[in-house]
Design a protein around this ligand. Sequence first.
Ligand code: HEC
Length: 146
Amino acid sequence: MTLVRSTFIANAAAALFVTAGLALAAAPACAAPKAKPKPKAAAPAIAGDPVHGQTVFAQCKVCHSLDAGKNGVGPSLRNIVGTKAAAVPGYTFSAAMQKSGLTWTPPTLSDFLTAPARKVPGTKMPFAGLSNPKDREDVIAYLAKN
Ligand code: HEC
């Protein structure tokens, strides 16, 4: 009986070791897919302060809403970060914007917002631009949250 029990314990212990070994061996394999960047993570990281960005956005609000489908003088900027230029439904873009081929990532937005008419010659966005890099960074951080 004692012998049987100790054999059982030995077997159970061995089984535990095997299980632990398998778990250890499996661990890196499990971790590997997590290490791969998700499609969203591949986009440049958004720096900037969205709280200050909201203040900067006061300059854009005259023409832009952040509500989906609410276009004004300019298109709604709801979820604009990561989308293609001139793709907001129900808004008539300039030919220049339609042909720009841009995708609104933080760098392209920053370029555009520095001097809209320089980045997209012929754009109908009547806005001189944000010369302060921090203002651009922050307003982009704010847009990324809306
Ligand atoms: C006086 C009005 C006006 C102001 C102010 C203004 N915009 Fe615009 N914006 C427009 C118009 C009009 C367009 C469409 C441009 C076109 O079709 O060429 C536009 C287009 C855009 C686009 C491209 C949208 C798309 O779907 O491709 C972005 C991004 C944008 N504006 C951001 C901003 C931000 C950020 C501010 C503030 C810093 C701002 N705009 C200030 C009128 C304005």
